[in-house]
Write a protein that binds this ligand. Structure first.
Ligand SMILES: [Zn+2]
Length: 638
């Protein structure tokens, strides 16, 4: 702990002067001035990010100001990025991340050209963009265009939207995609404040992951939108959405943006959002970002949700009509603390974002919907973890802290970083007691607000502020085993089997030849998922037909339930599910759903692969570049 503190202090002295925009301009900050300075770069070895070319201990970006136009015809965003930097006095250059950007010029604050060089490109990381610094250079002005086929950007034609009339654009920055449209140091450990002026064709609305800083202006065929993020954030959190968007308030500081035709349905599904913010604050301290709005995207959005600050991006597939999938909202909201406020310094520690958030999500669900739903969802998460541990044979990829593979920030399997991470915190909670644990976790968010975090620092913080030298508690927790060893430590707290007692009985009855459960329609979503996932993976056509007929699975309106059913159906070459499968794969592009289904199909050369080829030829154009990149590996188009 002492060692770490010294190291951080040293780094701060090295690069002092990265003042946050907030402290220069206002005194009414909700954090009481805690964020006096943009967080220094952690300089311990485990905090190094192998997925950036930046050398932030020599020269770093503190603030990004974008002035950009959105060109739907050319599918490019272009304009200027003005970077305020901080540097060692003797730094000769600053290195940025660049994935295919088209750079026209780079000048300093007085418009004098600066020499720059784009290095060799790596397929995943892109290229280093090195800019020569004069002794007095403190600002870079980069005139540029986003990359052709930028991985962060998805451009939708009007036909690919719900309204069918206007085009749509949205970005996805995590993990290392933003370097394809913003020239900056693209590492979560290099926090930056930012602002943007965005010009779009008149009639479209641009929303971003920051508070609005001026009212929009429409003139000369274009509309101009201005946003400013006063806090420093990891650069992957800069996000944009442009389309035919309408807004509906959900509560005093919450609301939803989406296409007008989806607005009422989305708002109804999100009706509990304000309550969720209140529940989260009650658990772990103030929500520090001002507004909490959501943007419900067209079906091509590749993720369930993305926790872009002040504006969560959300898949429309969470709309089930009964709020049964709004755990997704609790998850993205919880990231306002774990992820956005305290952020993994590099992607080897993404469990600090995702595991802590999955735990926090479940606590919000318990506050609002009660312990039964929370316990069931925790038990499903435990199942996901168990599956991932088995698939990885308890190998090195099952550590929470993932060994940094050269330049591959894939964040590891979801069942590990999300579910094993959450199971770890549930275990700690049980051992130390909820009251003490909650007080600790709240203080952790306060102590490290707007700072990067590593596993080492997290454990040091726990030891200093929770364990406080209690040797017997230290031994009971097995902290190092959880974080740095594969597999599952012996102190794991298992979910209460009572959570799914009824369902597990129904599984046993059906498996031994009995009928499908008669009361299935009245079950919770978690119960339906548990039932389908616990059935044997190999089943006869007759039994599948019986299930489908009695439980009406092909027509399931809940996308998570439908996904579990289709997974079971295709593993058994169940033809009657194929029309539902094709509809599902061609009308939404959520990677969690489409990737495993298409991969399973492709592995079955006789029956499945022809279906995969047929579907992918139709659907590829509507999938996000990130999803395309994964699925192109299956060679279905050739
Ligand atoms: Zn998450």
């Amino acid at each position: 702990m002492t060692l770490l503190r010294t190291a951080v202090a040293a780094a701060a002295i090295l690069l002092a002067g990265c003042q946050s925009a907030e402290t220069n301009t206002t005194t009414n900050s909700s954090d009481g001035g805690q964020e006096a300075q943009i967080a220094p770069i952690l300089d311990t070895p485990e905090a190094k990010d192998s997925a950036t070319y930046a050398r932030p201990l020599e020269a770093r970006v503190c603030h990004v100001a974008l002035d950009l136009g959105v060109d739907f015809e050319a599918k490019r965003i272009g304009g200027t990025a003005t970077l305020d930097i901080d540097r060692k006095p003797d730094a000769r250059e600053i290195v940025l991340d660049d994935k295919g950007l088209e750079i026209e010029s780079i000048t300093d604050g007085s418009n004098q050209p600066l020499d720059y060089k784009v290095g060799a490109a790596d397929e995943k990381l892109g290229s280093p963009l090195s800019v020569a610094l004069r002794p007095d250079t403190k600002r870079l002005i980069i005139k540029y265009k986003s990359a052709k086929d930028a991985g962060a950007l998805q451009w939708l034609t009007p036909e690919q939207t719900a309204g069918k009339k206007k085009p749509y654009l949205f970005s996805q920055g995590q993990a290392i995609e933003n370097r394809s449209w913003i020239p900056t140091q693209d590492s979560p450990g290099i926090r930056q404040s930012w602002e943007a002026t965005i010009r779009v064709p008149a009639g479209l609305t641009a929303v971003m992951s920051a508070p609005k800083s001026a009212e929009p202006i429409t003139q000369g065929g274009e509309s101009i939108f201005s946003y400013k993020m006063p806090h420093s954030v990891a650069p992957y959190m800069i996000a944009i959405g442009v389309g035919d968007l309408a807004f509906k308030p959900l509560g005093k500081r919450t609301g939803v943006w989406t296409e007008p035709v989806m607005l009422d349905r989305a708002a109804a599904e999100l009706a509990d959002t304000e309550k969720m913010v209140e529940a989260a604050e009650k658990l772990y301290g103030p929500y520090r970002w001002g507004r909490y709005d959501l943007l419900v995207l067209p079906p091509a959005f590749p993720y369930g949700g993305m926790e872009n600050p002040t504006l969560t991006f959300l898949t429309p597939t969470f709309i089930a009509g009964d709020k049964s999938l709004n755990g997704l909202v609790a998850h993205e909201l919880a990231h306002s603390w774990s992820g956005n406020l305290v952020t993994n310094a590099n992607w080897s520690d993404s469990w600090l974002n995702e595991g802590v958030t999955s735990y926090f999500e479940n606590r919000i669900m318990e506050e609002i919907y009660g312990p039964k739903r929370a316990q069931q969802e925790a038990a499903l998460s435990f199942d996901e973890m168990t599956k991932a541990l088995a698939e990885e044979k308890n190998g090195p990829n099952t550590q929470l802290h993932l060994a940094a593979k050269e330049g591959v920030p894939d964040g590891g399997a979801g069942g590990i970083v999300y579910d094993k991470g959450a199971t770890f915190l549930r275990t700690v909670e049980k051992i130390v007691g909820r009251e003490k644990w909650d007080a600790y976790l709240r203080s952790y968010f306060d102590r490290h607000a707007f700072q990067p975090m590593t596993s080492d620092r997290f454990l040091a913080d726990m030891r200093a502020n929770l364990i406080k030298g209690d040797k017997s508690l230290e031994a009971k927790l097995q902290l190092d085993d959880w974080i740095y060893k594969p597999g599952l430590p012996s102190n794991v707290i298992r979910p209460d089997p009572a959570a799914f007692a009824t369902v597990d009985k129904a599984v046993a009855a059906f498996t031994s030849g009995g009928p499908p459960p008669a009361d299935f329609a009245g079950w919770t979503t978690a119960e339906k998922i548990r039932f389908l996932n616990k059935l044997p993976r190999k089943m006869s056509t007759a039994r599948l037909a019986e299930l489908n007929q009695r439980l009406r699975l092909n027509e399931a309106g809940n996308n998570e339930v439908l996904f579990c059913w289709l997974d079971l159906a295709i593993r058994n070459r169940f033809d009657p599910a194929v029309p539902a499968l094709e509809r599902f794969l061609t009308t939404q592009g959520r990677r969690k759903f489409v990737k495993p289904l298409i991969e399973t199909l492709a592995k079955d050369p006789q029956w499945g692969r022809p279906i995969a080829v047929r579907v992918y030829r139709v659907a590829r154009g509507s999938y996000h570049p990130i999803t395309q990149r994964d699925l192109d590996k299956l060679n279905l188009m050739s």
